[in-house]
Design a protein around this ligand. Structure first.
Ligand code: SAH
Ligand code: SF4
Length: 365
């Protein structure tokens, strides 16, 4: 990134207004910047034809518009696309586009690696370097849109849904994530409905409580175990914020949210003979009986850094049936893009581990 220039992609809509005012312009300039950048994909001030020539010249001396660059693209047989994006210093983050009949979802990363280190997750195994900046997160959406298309109207958007389910734990980078959400929802930028933007979290209770009522998007909780004993092992942050505290925070969040229609999504990775027995399913049903939710079962996606296995289809079906018979809304997530290691938990990027400065490129499966 260029020194001393303000990167307009680092600014939330209200910060863009402040920026416009700070250079002697009217606040509505912020709307023009947002439209040019996020609806027309323009990152060159000279092409912003409704700005005065002298303003364009001035902007070139004080500001820039920079998103991480795509350095590789892999396409799956099922249409899923995975991009590696350069965030400098030899590090890469991954972004995945998942086209479906009724929606096109972009899965974005929020951190370089992840400090939570869930025992089954490839991102966790890649170490952790730092939080991504606003421009590095929203810049992933911008770059993806340069490939699949920008859109200003509300129907049939080339990118209709955003899920923060790539590399990293969004709530550990919450200041940037809040600004990213503001850009995604702004009518002058991506204009997405709050129901179509999802924060997926391993459950950082105090932060979830803090943003409840302030940030309103769809929430997914990565639960993965029906009791603390097992969750302490699978999702180590559970030792700090246990299931009871996390479920309390989730209840609080959805009680103050319109985006969730009163229901949270519970994600549950199915690991063969670890958390996938019918007893586990019964215990999960008991745990969630008073929580309005829909349950997404995610059969484990294997990768080279883990000895866990995906359960057989019959074990998956049995687990599903216990929950279904108890009246839960439950779906088994179809694996997308696993031939290019783009499925849930297979993203690794290229992370410099902060502890020893060693570059970790997780080997492909
Ligand atoms: N850190 C956040 C969001 C990124 S992970 C979170 O944990 O929620 C996105 C989802 O992929 C989580 O539900 C995570 O548990 C799941 N996941 C991680 N590794 C996986 C794997 N190997 N197979 C299947 N799902 C996995
Ligand atoms: Fe981090 Fe989520 Fe992976 Fe856990 S599952 S290590 S929280 S990215």
């Amino acid at each position: 990134m260029s020194d001393k220039l303000v990167n307009l992609m680092d600014l939330s809509p209200s910060e863009l207004k402040d920026f416009a005012v700070s250079i002697g312009e009217k606040p509505f300039r912020a709307q023009q910047f947002l439209k040019w950048i996020y609806q027309y994909g323009v990152d060159d001030f000279d092409k912003m034809t409704n700005l005065r020539k002298d303003l364009r010249e001035k902007l070139k001396t004080i500001a820039t518009i920079e998103a991480p660059k795509i350095v590789s693209e892999q396409k799956s047989v099922d249409g899923t696309i995975k991009w590696a994006m350069d965030i400098g210093n030899g590090q890469l983050v991954e972004t995945v586009f998942i086209p479906e009949e009724s929606r096109n979802t972009l899965c974005i990363s929020t951190q370089v690696g992840c400090p939570v280190k869930c025992s089954f997750c490839r991102t966790g195994a890649s170490g952790f370097n730092r939080n991504l900046s606003v421009s590095e997160i929203i810049g992933q959406v911008y770059r993806a849109a340069t490939v699949v298309g920008f859109s200003e109207n509300n129907s049939q958007k080339p990118i209709s849904n955003i899920v923060m389910m790539g590399m990293g734990e969004p709530l550990l980078n919450v200041t940037a994530v809040i600004k990213v959400v503001e850009i995604l929802l702004s009518d002058y930028a991506f204009a997405l409905s709050k129901r179509r933007v999802t924060i997926s979290t391993s459950g950082i209770s105090p932060i979830l409580n803090k943003i409840a009522g302030q940030v309103d998007v769809a929430l997914a909780l990565s639960l993965h175990a029906p009791n603390d004993k097992l969750r302490d092992v699978l999702v180590p942050i559970n030792q700090k914020y246990n299931i009871a505290s996390v479920l309390d925070a989730v209840r609080n969040y959805i009680s103050k949210s319109n985006a969730n229609c009163g229901r949270v999504t519970i994600e549950y990775v199915l690991l063969d003979h670890v958390n996938d027995s019918t007893d586990d399913a019964q215990e999960l049903a008991a745990l969630l009986k008073d929580l309005p939710c829909k349950i997404n079962l995610i059969p484990f996606n294997p990768h080279g850094e883990s000895d866990y296995k995906r359960p057989s289809n019959s074990r998956i079906d049995r687990f599903y049936k216990v929950l279904f018979d108890k009246g839960f809304t439950v779906i088994t997530r179809t694996t997308r893009g696993d031939d290019i290691a783009a499925a849930c938990g297979q993203l690794a990027g290229q992370v410099k581990n902060k502890l020893n400065n060693e570059i970790i490129r997780i080997r492909q499966v």
